[in-house]
Write a protein that binds this ligand. Structure first.
Ligand code: F3S
Length: 280
């Protein structure tokens, strides 16, 4: 059996920056109690490690009256900055720069009177955060039929969730172009996502089976699973930790490809690689 790791997999730059920030805050022996607004990344093992170091997760600023709250890479609505200031809560902003860019675009065009279209998952914190930079007035397009909600006669600014698949994004854009003529389109899928998805697709074509490592709630991991399943519908396995590998099933394959979501620590990827190599 041969095991191949996809060229681009595991922690992306934005997630790494957020985690480094959190651990640096711990090491700096911050005098304030540390929190993250929502789990720092979609990886329960890392969240648990942070908890052991004294960083608790809160879901709402209402839950605290003081302390230092770390904003994760997904970003937050604009009002969170105001609320924190009013309450005297210190914010450590780890919003990924690719997400901050989308927030700025949305704010700029909303203030100019544009209709804002956000292609993405309405329940994902990144999309909720982006929508919070246009007063929650954005039209969120999760399915192509949602395009009906867009007003045809309004100048429209289109952005896309950073982890969206390029193929799906292009499908949306084609349909929007047929409906609205005055358009400002920004392909805001991040480079790390694109590279990771391209590498996963390429590797899926070359191997007998794919293992995708990453949190079950991680949007970018789920996209990788979808991409791998397009090539290997019955031979793609999504796992969160090494314990979930079914070695009996894997034994039948000659080549296995491995990829990992942007919030999957290298440690977890290495554990999986090691365990499979022990099978050989
Ligand atoms: Fe940022 Fe892209 Fe990662 S948006 S958090 S570098 S997946």
């Amino acid at each position: 059996m041969k095991v191949i790791l996809a060229e681009n997999s595991g922690f992306c730059f934005g997630v790494k920056k957020a985690i480094d920030t959190a651990f640096n805050e711990v090491e700096a022996k911050n005098e304030h109690k540390l929190y993250t607004l929502g789990p720092l990344i979609h990886n329960p093992q890392v969240v648990e490690e942070l908890k052991q170091k004294g960083i608790d997760v809160i879901e709402d600023l209402e839950e605290v009256h003081s302390g230092n709250v770390i904003i994760r890479s997904h970003g937050v609505p604009e009002k969170i900055y105001r609320e924190a200031e009013e309450k005297g809560i210190i914010l450590t902003d780890s919003t990924c720069p690719f997400v901050s860019r989308i927030q700025k675009i949305v704010k700029e065009y909303y203030d100019k009177g544009y209709q804002i279209a956000i292609i993405g998952d309405p329940n994902h914190p990144e999309v909720i955060g982006i929508n919070g930079w246009c007063n929650d007035d954005g039209v969120i397009l999760q399915k192509t039929e949602n395009i009906e909600k867009l007003k045809e006669d309004k100048p429209t600014c289109v952005v896309v969730q950073t982890t969206m698949s390029l193929v799906l994004y292009e499908e949306f854009i084609e349909l929007i172009k047929h409906k609205i003529s005055d358009l400002q389109i920004f392909n805001t899928i991040c480079l790390a996502t694109r590279k990771r998805q391209d590498a996963a697709r390429k590797l899926s074509k070359e191997v007998d089976a794919m293992i995708v490592i990453g949190g079950y709630h991680s949007s970018n991991t789920q996209k990788l699973v979808t991409i791998c399943k397009e090539e290997k519908p019955n031979d793609t396995f999504h796992i969160e930790t090494v314990d979930e590998i079914d070695f009996e099933i894997l034994k039948k394959y000659e080549t296995i490809g491995i990829t990992a979501g942007a919030s999957t620590p290298h440690k977890v990827v290495n554990e999986v690689l090691e365990k499979i190599k022990n099978l050989l």
